[in-house]
Design a protein around this ligand. Structure first.
Ligand code: ADP
Ligand code: ZN
Ligand code: ZN
Length: 744
């Protein structure tokens, strides 16, 4: 930056520091000036209190409000080149929108190694090139078919390939090293920032010919690849949404741009990734929780530099800098995992919308069960509504059949008609999925003599009974204790499990169908990712079997041989206090139902309920998700709830019962007169105890703000956070602000 070299060095650097405080901190420049001069976006190491921290220069100024003698100099600059511009914009936007500290936002949005001060420049990458001319059938490779295959692949790439690309094709670095020892390939170290040689061909396999609806959707997307063009791709499971994503990405990459695809945590399976990597010859970078810190930084850098044209990631991948942004796609846009539920409580889908608008690029939100927010935008014409109504396979999605739980004997949660249907399906040689949204053996343990129940000592909650291994565990605070032999209340030995969880249903099914394997899939049975994949691999082979699982099974996984789905209990969301509960449980039910009958056979979905007459449940069963969503939107409008009003929730918690409530009252007492003067559109509800008031021995209280206009809601939130930061009482109470809360 010759400009900044010629201009006089700034006297003050305003630095964003990873602290909860919503302000920047002034420092003096270090004696050593970075080669490009001081500029916003440079990481610096600075003294902060008694620590050294990594911060980011946000402004360079001539003066400070503090006396110069009070300011400390920056210890060292860490980058010669600022962090990417688009990334800085996104962090600023996020901090402002979610009313979060900018320093903490930047910190969260950086890969761990960069947070720690690791340099970004000067990193090297391994590169492999085939050496020997393609001699026929070298004896040294005859008994190593994988190595021969790998060598064959390398020979197709005149410029060689980086390790990452080789591994992405299913080979290992060990195989490369062996080939090097045998003299077939050479290894080079290349600076990471070196440009990737252009790929001659984009596709590794041809795209599928699209059906009529897919053609219409893709044509709509093609109409405007150069501007902000938000679209909702609303299509039942199996209707070919992913094929539309693939072809949109193809168009974007062919224009020399990058595509970012966000998927739910549970959706980034090896199969999903394999599908993308099989289609494209260019690198497809995956960002997920399984990466090491080094791999994560490599991926970040590959995308930021523009070397990787396609990036697929979970929630936090929204913070990946894009050198040449071309399109953002959010798959299963309604999924709850896009919302971070602690610290910086951002929603990756909503940031995707903001980001696409900022870059002026297409945005594609895909779902079989769109969120009410997105449907509302589509209805109002803010988003283009693209529909796929037909499945690529022959069968329409299965209808939900409600079956009445009342007055019927249950075994492991299942009533006779469900058990009968399971038997018939297995006898026909098919697979069955039993969905039950509770892990463990039973929701709790109860004394049949005195009525005692196993409560958690730390939460307002019951402890779940587990058998594998035996214990009582609280699913809210993770405390566990041994299962008592006798009732701690009256000493009676008549302790019985109450209700059913996955373990109990598994046990029941194993007893009822001893000849058929039963696979349980929940967080306990799949602590190891490969165990999960192994089970799914077995299931895909298609032998008759029973799958018992929680929502881990409901999403993303293709289970072509399942023709019957049984939902053990559909009632959890029906009468919950949270206004979004119905929407979320309807989405989950449809998602589970979508697992049935994807391949050659039609499916059946049996839904057990105590409320066969519930109007919402009946609407869903008889007329489908879209009809229910329309009804729910009408109800939200009448009740002035999101998406018709905007919300923010102040959460307060403290180990002392009164402290959180008192602070909540004071905050409300400050805010009410302030809003009536400055933001009359804002209403302030509470403080009230949170739905589960005591969790981990802390008392939770919340104060709800809502407004028809976002600007006023944000003004009120800013006032509230400024007041809390200044309040001495607030230091003894943990508090956080949740803008657009997803759960109450
Ligand atoms: P979704 O993402 O909507 O669940 P997918 O894109 O995964 O749907 O498609 C479901 C199945 O249908 C996949 O096996 C896919 O390969 C296949 N498929 C999608 N589009 C087509 C098409 N145009 N022609 C043939 N098969 C298709
Ligand atoms: Zn008792
Ligand atoms: Zn607990």
């Amino acid at each position: 930056m010759p400009d900044s070299i010629s201009s006089p060095p700034p006297r003050i650097l305003c630095v964003a520091i990873p602290t909860p405080l919503r302000r920047l901190f002034d420092y003096l420049p270090s004696r050593d000036t970075p080669p490009g001069g001081w500029q916003p976006g440079l990481r610096v190491r600075v003294p902060f209190g008694r620590r050294q921290v990594v911060g980011v220069v946000m402004e360079c100024r001539d003066h400070s409000d503090l006396a110069l003698t009070q300011l400390k100099p920056v210890e060292a600059w860490l980058d010669a080149v600022p962090l990417p511009e688009d990334w800085l914009w996104l962090c600023r936007f996020t901090a402002r929108y979610y009313q979060h500290s900018l320093g903490d936002t930047l910190h969260q949005a950086l890969p761990v190694l960069l947070r720690q001060g690791r340099p970004l420049a000067g990193r090297m990458r391994e590169h492999w090139q085939a050496l020997a001319p393609p001699g026929d059938d070298d004896p040294r490779l005859r008994r190593a078919p994988r190595q021969a295959e790998l060598l064959g692949m390398l020979r197709q790439h005149a410029h060689g390939l980086p390790t990452q690309a080789v591994v992405a094709q299913g080979f290992s670095r060990e195989q490369l090293l062996t080939l090097m020892e045998k003299g077939f390939v050479a290894r080079q170290e290349i600076p990471l920032s070196a440009a990737e040689p252009a790929t001659e061909q984009l596709l590794a396999e041809p795209a599928l010919p699209l059906n009529r609806e897919q053609v219409t959707a893709l044509a709509a997307l093609h109409e405007r690849l150069d501007g902000f063009h938000p679209c909702l791709l609303h299509g039942v499971t199996g209707s070919g949404k992913t094929e539309v994503y693939l072809q949109l990405i193809e168009a974007v990459v062919a224009r020399g741009r990058q595509a970012l695809l966000l998927v739910p945590e549970i959706g980034l399976t090896p199969q999903t990734l394999a599908r993308f990597r099989k289609r494209f010859r260019v690198p497809v970078v995956a960002l997920h929780s399984g990466l090491t810190d080094n791999e994560r930084l490599d991926a970040w850098e590959a995308v930021a530099s523009g070397r990787a044209p396609i990036v697929i990631g979970t929630r936090s991948a929204i913070f990946t800098p894009l050198a040449r942004p071309g399109a953002i796609i959010v798959d299963e846009e309604h999924d709850g995992s896009f919302k971070q539920q602690e610290g910086l409580r951002y929603h990756a889908r909503d940031l995707a919308v903001a980001r696409a608008k900022h870059h002026a690029i297409p945005l594609l939100l895909g779902s079989a069960t769109p969120s009410l927010e997105s449907l509302y935008h589509a209805e109002r014409g803010n988003y283009r509504h693209l529909r796929l109504t037909r499945r690529a396979s022959r069968h329409a999605p299965a209808r939900l059949e409600l079956i009445d739980l009342r007055g019927r004997p249950r075994q492991g949660g299942l009533i006779p008609p469900a058990i009968e249907a399971i038997r018939e399906t297995l006898e026909a040689g098919h697979q069955v999925l039993v969905f039950i949204n509770r892990r463990g053996f039973a929701p709790t343990l109860a004394c049949h003599t005195c009525g005692w129940m196993a409560d958690c000592d730390h939460c307002d909650a019951r402890m779940t009974l587990h058998r594998q291994p035996p214990m009582l565990a609280c699913h809210h605070c993770d405390k566990h204790r041994p299962v008592p032999d006798a009732c701690p209340g009256c000493g009676s030995a008549d302790l019985r499990p109450l209700g059913s969880g996955t373990e109990r249903t598994e046990e029941t099914l194993a007893a009822l169908f001893p000849k058929v394997p039963v696979h349980r899939i929940d967080r306990d049975s799949t602590r190891r990712r490969d165990a999960f994949e192994q089970t799914l691999g077995e299931v895909r082979r298609g032998e008759p079997c029973l799958l018992v699982g929680t929502q881990m099974l409901a999403k993303g996984h293709h289970l072509p041989h399942v023709t019957l789905v049984v939902v053990v209990n559909a009632d959890a969301g029906l009468y919950a206090s949270d206004f979004r509960a119905l929407e979320h449980s309807a989405q989950l039910l449809i998602q589970v139902a979508g697992r049935a009958g994807r391949a050659a056979h039609p499916g059946r979905v049996l839904v057990q309920t105590l409320h066969t007459d519930d109007p919402h449940l009946r609407l869903l069963a008889e007329r489908g998700y879209d009809a229910l969503a329309e009804q729910l939107l009408a109800e939200r409008r009448a009740a002035a709830l999101p998406p018709f009003r905007f919300m923010a929730l102040l959460r307060l918690e403290s180990p002392r019962e009164e402290a959180a409530m008192t602070l909540g009252r004071e905050a409300a007492a400050m805010l009410r007169p302030w809003t009536s003067e400055h933001a009359p559109d804002v209403s302030c509800l509470g403080p009230v105890p949170a739905p589960m008031e005591r969790r981990q021995n802390r008392y939770h209280v919340q104060l709800m703000l809502s407004a028809g206009r976002r600007s006023q809601l944000h003004a009120a939130c800013a006032q509230l956070t400024a007041w809390l930061e200044a309040s001495p009482e607030a230091r003894r109470v943990r508090w956080s602000l949740d803008v657009d809360p997803q759960t109450l």
